[in-house]
Design a protein around this ligand. Structure first.
Ligand SMILES: Nc1ncnc2c1ncn2[C@@H]1O[C@H](COP(=O)(O)OP(=O)(O)OP(=O)(O)O)[C@@H](O)[C@H]1O
Ligand SMILES: [Mg+2]
Length: 346
């Protein structure tokens, strides 16, 4: 959908920001750009909507060379979200979101109706529409930024560290929102971040850049984690690369058996057979249990198997009813397989 071919960007002061970049960003997918500061991520993003012109090479959006498209028109077909949300401080939230629909020539009423709809889409209350940006929290402002970028229903969204300025909890919420929205909207998204966990969580593919604007590797999160191209990529992914890989695999294929009875520890259930806690047979001590579902990750299973006194993970269905238990060994065996599976898939 977005295709870079041999793209080079050298600024007039001699800085090479992007070096011979060829990269395909598939339609309806999220491509995440990561890499150390100054490695050309923002420049790459801004070349897509022609805020920066490449020195050489070609960029196509939707199969058309962007230099053959009207720049203003191109920009309207591309939503742009930045870290400092970029909202107009003297306009209400609703008017901020309605800016683009108004520019597109929608009447005032239609533009505002669309803006109100988008407020809801990004999870904000109708009431926040009447406020001014400074009357919202950082996380709420970012949501408004996303709503504004979506206002013209553009097929492409460029997001430059959109969640960089909010605390980890809000950040996770915003990521969840984006994943939910993306399921519904299937935009072609190019997302820049410094946070490798965010990249792994959001990306269908991750492109790792090195200083000087060199693309080192572009692969799915699983492939990247299992087979980093070199030490630079491995270092960038961090010491917990293996655990991150486990966060991408689910428990679904790991076998389960009946919960043990009459041993040192018993899994206590309520009347509906939902796990309550582990109870010790010798002194009645209780240890909390965190039951897991098929969709939970191998990482949380490993964690729970270490935390549980029996080394067993309690498995439940969608209603929280016990379906069985899985041993630490089974989790471990499957954890080891995550790597081989990634190799086969690659
Ligand atoms: N307008 C400009 N003129 C000259 N050099 C520039 C210009 N814009 C960016 N650069 C340089 O190009 C390189 C890449 O910058 P860019 O903003 O694309 O990096 P980045 O990967 O987005 O960094 P960060 O993670 O810090 O946001 C840097 O060395 C930067 O100093
Ligand atoms: Mg940047």
């Amino acid at each position: 959908m977005i295709q870079f071919d041999a793209v080079h960007k050298r600024f007039p002061n001699g800085t090479t920001a992007v070096h011979d970049l060829s990269l395909h960003m598939p339609e309806g997918g999220v491509t995440v750009l990561v890499g150390s500061s100054g490695c050309g991520k923002t420049t790459t993003l801004r070349m897509i909507n022609r805020m920066v012109d490449p020195t050489s090479g070609t960029i196509e959006v939707g199969g058309k060379d962007i230099t053959r498209q009207d720049a203003a028109e191109l920009r309207r077909s591309i939503g742009y979200v930045i870290q400092q949300s970029g909202l107009f401080p003297h306009r209400t939230v609703l008017d901020n979101i309605a800016t683009v629909p108004l520019l597109l020539g929608h009447g005032r009423r239609r533009a505002r109706a669309r803006a109100a709809e988008l407020l809801e889409t990004v999870g904000l209350s109708a009431d926040s529409g009447r406020r001014y940006p400074h009357q919202l929290s950082g996380g709420q402002q970012q949501r408004v930024g996303v709503a504004r970028a979506l206002a013209a229903d553009p097929p492409v969204l460029l997001m430059d560290e959109p969640f960089g300025a909010v605390d980890p909890v809000v950040r996770t919420q915003l990521q969840d929102e984006l994943l939910r929205l993306q399921k519904e909207l299937s935009k072609t998204i190019v997302f820049v971040t410094h946070d490798i966990d965010e990249a792994v969580r959001l990306g269908d593919q991750i492109a790792v850049f090195r200083t000087g604007g060199h693309l080192v590797q572009c692969a799915s999160p699983t492939e990247l984690l299992a087979r980093p191209a070199d030490d630079f990529v491995a270092d960038f992914l961090g010491a917990e690369r293996g655990l991150k890989l486990l966060s991408l695999k689910t428990l679904a294929d790991v076998p389960q058996g009946p919960a043990p009875e009459g041993g040192a520890w018993t899994l206590v259930l309520d009347e509906a057979r939902r796990p309550l806690h582990w109870a010790s047979a010798s002194d009645g001590a209780e240890v909390p249990v965190r039951p897991l579902r098929d969709a939970d990750s191998l990482l949380s299973a490993l964690n729970e198997s270490v935390a549980a006194p029996t080394g067993l993970v309690a498995r439940v269905d969608a209603d929280g009813v016990l379906t069985g238990v899985t041993s630490r060994d089974d989790v471990h065996t499957h954890a080891g397989r995550a790597h081989t599976e990634a190799r086969v898939a690659a």
